[in-house]
Design a protein around this ligand. Structure first.
Ligand code: ADP
Ligand code: MG
Length: 140
């Protein structure tokens, strides 16, 4: 069934001029982009987005990274969008990511790992609302 996920082209990809190449991978994999916008996150917004990781040792550096330059959040649609996108991007640490995945090919390291992808349908809905509060969610 068609469903949604939230992707972010992270600041490392933006800085390395990989935005277009990553968008091409996403479209070639059959995703429909229903919303997309270049944004430069404030510390407050980045902390709110990654609130679930606030107790992790890497949290502070993650916020510095995510606010270091523009990023490109996008809402995506496809069958089984969440798992299909996680498959396309590969493991969190690019050293463990499968060949041909976005993180394998574009990530700098486990923190600067090129892209974000939601990890569940519930979080996808929350994350899409976080970046695109006015996006209408179609049911078909
Ligand atoms: P994912 O993005 O694959 O869902 P997590 O939700 O576990 O991974 O972590 C969120 C983000 O925090 C990662 O994408 C990465 O940018 C950063 N991160 C995760 N683990 C580490 C780590 N061990 N060291 C530094 N940064 C990390
Ligand atoms: Mg995650």
């Amino acid at each position: 069934m068609s469903s949604q996920t939230l992707a972010i082209i992270k600041p490392d990809s933006f800085r390395n001029k990989n935005t277009g190449k990553i968008v091409d991978r996403i479209l070639s994999a059959g995703f429909e982009i229903t919303a997309m916008e270049q944004q430069h996150l404030s510390k407050k917004r980045a902390e709110a987005f990654y609130d679930i990781h606030s107790e992790r040792p890497f949290f502070h550096d993650l916020i510095v990274f995510m606010t270091s330059g523009p990023c490109v959040p996008m809402a995506l649609r496809k069958n089984d969008a969440v798992s299909s996108f996680r498959e396309l991007i590969g493991a969190t640490d690019p050293q463990s990511a499968r060949a041909g995945t976005i993180r394998k090919d574009f990530a700098e390291n486990v923190q600067n790992n090129a892209v974000h992808g939601s990890d569940s349908d519930d979080n996808a809905a929350k994350e899409i609302a976080f970046f695109f509060p006015s996006l209408q969610i179609r049911s078909n």
